[in-house]
Design a protein around this ligand. Sequence first.
Ligand SMILES: [Zn+2]
Length: 104
Amino acid sequence: MKKVTSADTVVMINHYKNILEAEGIRCQIRNEHLNQIYGEMPFTEVWPELWVVNDLDHDRAKQLLDEATTVGSPQTPWRCSQCGEDNEGQFGACWNCGAGVGPA
Ligand SMILES: [Zn+2]
């Protein structure tokens, strides 16, 4: 058994587990119930953790999660080149003037 990662929510750790199991990597979640007991406590010690059953899967598991979180995470906020408005990363066009991402 080897720890791959931890996350601040059980939902996220289950998401990671699904990613790894889809690749045939056996894994287990630890601290899942601790997290439920302590709720929103901001201590990493009670964060749910994802462990691979086979240590040899560890590096591959790490890599898979790196790729998954890079693709799936929100993009960085951007500034509209037309009107100068700040936009959230997930928006492909300016909410204010409708201009697209990037230089005009
Ligand atoms: Zn704009």
